[in-house]
Write a protein that binds this ligand. Structure first.
Ligand code: FRU
Length: 514
């Protein structure tokens, strides 16, 4: 499907701008209330961010500034379907406990505020900050659509109060190619070149275009990457990342590109290219593992990284835990949409080739612990069988061909997470997990196994999702599930029926809303 058609479909039945403004006032006043009571509905994520009410999609403008992590996100202030896209806002000091704030950048004069990024302008290069001060500057896509024309342009807004309120730059747009599809700028400071760098998508041409600017206002074209890899759908949400080695020194570059529809698991997905960036041009490596998918599940899209972190730190990414195939059908109320856990990225280089390693930020939420001992014949003696929890397992060098675990809600409903060595796959099967929602929803999602990497598994199970990391974090599968209750009885299985030799740890997780 053409991305424009997708957008047009998403725009059906939108209320008026007057009701938008009225609603924003209500929203601003009601957000002061403590969230706890509002976060107990069926399926409500307990360790993942979701807005108190209404629709969200992509994370936007992730930035660390003056001791706060900022999460902005595509948000509809007026309802629980896509429309009136504005930037919602939440802040955190630990990347896990979020406080939702009033809408940061609302739709204005018929222009929706699409995905983009935020930078810290330390030197006031743009002249947007108070004199002698640093400030936050947002670069986002403005989306206008009428019967005659659809136009996407890149625009600037700035904030003098730690991201609480924003002023649009009078000289907007700063980039206009007179195109209907030109979006999702990812901007950061290039220390080597001494300028701002933007990666932005030409979705229908399957290109990521790089620009440079001294002041965030005037942009010069540097180069194009693509078409390359998978081009079955629109290219969206690019991010160029400098990723340090898991161990030791060194860094490589990764260009991450969203693809919708047409991802291997159906609908939305994200491919990455590992390579080199010389300040102007990104060139992909041809070595094994240089092209892959950041997630082999169905529900991790448009992840972007935080600006404002130290240059050599592992990049931290948050994605939208959803898929455009059924995003508008999720059986949740009064909100629709949630974010993935933040994940720290590094790269692994071994005999099998290169790989991106992902580690979720979760340790601060651990509470009660239970050790899983190899001597117990693979029994997980869990006294706490309720989401949210974390389960870390090591299977050693298994002789079994197919093994893993099932999370049972009741006798008829379970999710299976397993390694299938006969097919060379790691998988999550959610066909029997719970509510099916749409024909595209029940699915077994698979990722390629690498025989020489460890058979280990980290699971974070929340009320309506499973995040799985396997083989030293080099495989990630994130899937939504909608089980009838939060009961999640863990049972290990193997194809032969023999008990597995497994050791590990099970942690109860504290809700971020308590
Ligand atoms: C991806 C996306 C972006 C766009 C935004 C609009 O999910 O289509 O390309 O900026 O959503 O909400």
């Amino acid at each position: 499907m053409h991305a424009l058609n997708v957008l047009v479909t998403r725009m059906a039945a939108l209320p008026s701008i007057e009701s938008l403004l009225a609603c924003l006032c209500v929203l601003t006043t009601s957000l002061a209330a403590a969230p706890t009571a509002d976060y107990k509905q069926p399926y409500r994520p307990q360790v993942h961010f979701s807005p108190r009410k209404n629709w969200t999609n992509d994370p936007n403008g992730l930035v660390y500034f003056h001791g706060e992590y900022h999460l902005f996100y595509q948000f509809n202030p007026l309802g629980d379907q896509w429309g009136h896209m504005s930037w919602g806002h939440a802040v955190s000091t630990d990347l896990l406990h979020w406080q939702e704030l009033p809408v940061a950048i609302p739709e204005k004069d018929g222009e929706m505020v699409f995905t983009g990024s935020i930078v810290v302008d330390h030197e006031n290069t743009g002249g947007f900050c108070a004199s002698g001060k640093e400030c936050l500057v947002a670069i986002y896509t403005g989306h206008r659509s009428s019967a005659e024309e659809t136009r996407q342009t890149q625009n600037v807004a700035y904030s003098a109060d730690e991201g609480r309120t924003w002023t649009r730059y009078a000289g907007n747009p700063v980039l206009d190619l007179h195109m209907a599809d030109f979006r999702d700028p990812s901007v950061s400071w290039d220390e080597n070149e001494g300028h701002w760098r933007m990666a932005v998508s030409l979705p229908m041409e399957h290109k990521i275009r790089f620009y440079a600017s001294p002041n965030l206002k005037e942009w010069t074209r540097l180069s194009d990457f693509g078409p390359a890899g998978d081009v079955d759908g629109a290219w969206e949400c690019p991010d160029l990342l400098r990723i340090p080695a898991e161990k030791g020194d060194g860094a490589i570059w990764a260009l991450k590109v969203g693809l919708n529809p047409g991802a291997p698991q159906g609908g939305s997905g994200e491919q990455y290219f590992l390579g080199d960036f010389d300040g102007k041009r990104f060139v992909a490596f041809s070595r094994a593992g240089s092209h892959g998918w950041t997630n082999y599940g169905k529900d991790d899209y448009c992840a972007i990284s935080f600006n404002g972190l130290p240059r050599d730190a592992k990049p931290v990414l948050i994605g939208w835990m959803n898929n455009w195939q059924y995003a508008d059908k999720l059986p949740t109320s009064p909100w629709r949409g949630q974010m993935s856990l933040p994940r720290r990225l590094s790269f692994v280089s071994d005999q099998a080739g290169l790989a991106i390693k992902q580690e979720p930020v979760i340790i601060p939420l651990r509470t009660e612990h239970e050790a899983i001992r190899p001597t117990e014949g693979g029994k997980v003696r869990s006294s706490f069988q309720k989401a949210p929890f974390e389960l870390d397992l090591e299977f050693g060098r298994p002789s079994e061909m197919i093994f893993g675990l099932r999370l049972y809600t009741d006798k008829q409903h379970w999710t299976e997470i397993g390694f299938d060595r006969s097919k060379g796959e790691f998988y999550i099967d959610r066909t029997k997990s719970g509510a099916a929602i749409t024909a595209d929803f029940p699915a077994k999602t698979t990722a390629p196994l690498v025989v020489s990497r460890p058979y280990d598994l980290k699971l974070v199970v929340d009320r309506s999702s499973i995040e799985a990391y396997a083989q030293n974090g080099t495989i990630a599968i994130t899937n939504l599930i909608f089980p009838a209750s939060d009961t999640s009885r863990v049972e290990l299985f193997s194809a032969s029926g023999k008990p597995m030799v497994v050791k590990g740890d099970l942690w109860k997780l504290r809700s971020i809303w308590e």
